[in-house]
Every structure is written in C-alpha cells, then in structure tokens.
Design a binder for this molecule. Structure first.
Ligand SMILES: [Fe+2]
Length: 228
C-alpha cells in the first residue's frame, strides 16, 4: 500500500457537522482526482451502502450538460446550463437515498456553486406539514411512475424535484406551490468548490441545487449516493 493511502485511512474525518446542520465539508489529502474519489468512497462507506444513480453506476462523474445531451428525465434536460433548482436527489425512487457525496475534481472556469437548503428552515406550519404529508402527487419515472407524498410519514424526508413531481388535484397544486414559494423566499448557502473538496449532504434534510454553469467550463464532480 502506498504511503499516501495510509495517511488518508489513518485520519477519519469528523462527521459532527453533518448531524448538526445536515451537511459537512471535507477535503481529500491530495487534490488529484484519484485521491478525491478514494476519500469520497471512504467517507461513503462509513455512512452506509452505495446505490446506483440514474445512469445505473455506483460512482459517477457529473459535469454541466446542455439540455440536449442530458438524461431525458433529468433536471439538466429541462434546465440545461441554467441554475438547477433545489431538489432531493433520487426523488423518483420510492425511498430517495439518504446521503449524497460530491467530490471536486475540477471546479471549472467559470465555476458554479452548489446551493444547500435545509427544508426544516422553510417555516412550515402544522397545517402546511399536514398538507405535504397527506396529499398524493404523481412521481414521474417512466413505466415506474407512482403516487407518493412530498413529505414522508412522520417527516422522515422531503421529496421535492420540480422535474418529476406532478399534482393530481387542487391540493397537490397547493402543496407543490407551497414548497416552491418557500424555497424562492429562503436564504440558502452556496458552496464554492475548490479542487479536493468533498461535500456530504443529508439528502433527507438538505435540498441541493446548482448556480448557472457554462458548457465548456470543465467543472467535474465525482458523485456517490448512499442508502442508510
Ligand atoms: Fe442533484
């Protein structure tokens, strides 16, 4: 085993901030892509089991796509290089993954920030929460489409993705408009990437989005998704 691998494995990074605010920032010991991905996998293994993303692989490198070369049902297909709206990763699965880990291989130039927003800060009243937990909406996922609610039973997670959620009645329209409106008025946090940065996001608690990007920016993030 190479010396650098021993150095990384000997110093487990603290996960306290993740529990406290729903996301945490880490850095890989080396800034090159291999070191970043290796630290990403190590952190992911501490949290749970890797699950495949939309493209079917357990480990992906994402880069800004124009609307035409993105997965047909992804947010990129709809928003292209514009800002990607806040969403829960894997909203189109019956149980979205618990954690999302992103590692910066190249921040790109111009760089695009990752935006973070804890849904528990959106100021939902008891009535709002009842609406979100009790109103069926359609989750579009081709032949696997299903009905669900925006808020999971007991508030375990918020399922929100303007790319795949559709109302089926007036209450559904109200529920989706409520979340959209609160997000529009919320103050979120922006993470500006540096090479080697790793973000762990509690996907059940913190919505994420992306500021506008550029086709030739070179921005590349490694991504893994974790069930726990
Ligand atoms: Fe995402």
């Amino acid at each position: 085993m190479a010396t650098s691998e021993i150095a990384v494995s000997d110093t487990p990074q603290p996960l306290g901030p993740l529990a406290k605010r729903g996301w945490s920032l880490h850095s890989s010991k080396g800034a090159d892509a291999d070191a970043t991905v290796s630290e990403l996998l190590k952190l992911g293994d501490r949290l749970g089991t890797r699950v495949a993303g939309r493209g079917g692989s357990l480990e992906e490198v994402i880069q800004p796509h124009g609307a035409n070369d993105a997965h047909p049902r992804s947010l990129s297909a709809r928003y292209g290089l514009d800002a990607l709206p806040f969403h829960t990763e894997l909203s189109h699965r019956t149980r979205p993954c618990r954690y999302l880990l992103l590692g910066c291989i190249d921040p790109g130039s111009p760089a695009a920030a990752t935006m973070l927003l804890d849904w528990q800060t959106l100021g939902f009243s008891r009535d709002d929460l009842d609406l979100l937990e009790g109103t069926p909406v359609l989750v579009r996922s081709g032949r696997r489409s299903f009905y669900s609610t925006i808020l999971a039973p007991g508030g375990a997670f918020l399922r929100y993705d303007p790319g795949c959620l559709e109302p089926v009645d007036q209450r559904g329209r109200m529920a989706l408009a409520l979340v959209e409106d609160r997000i529009a008025r919320a103050s979120s946090e922006a993470h500006h990437w540096r090479q080697g940065d790793i973000l762990i996001i509690d996907n059940w608690r913190v919505l994420h989005g992306r500021s506008p990007s550029d086709r030739g920016s070179g921005r590349r993030l490694a991504r893994i998704l974790i069930d726990a």
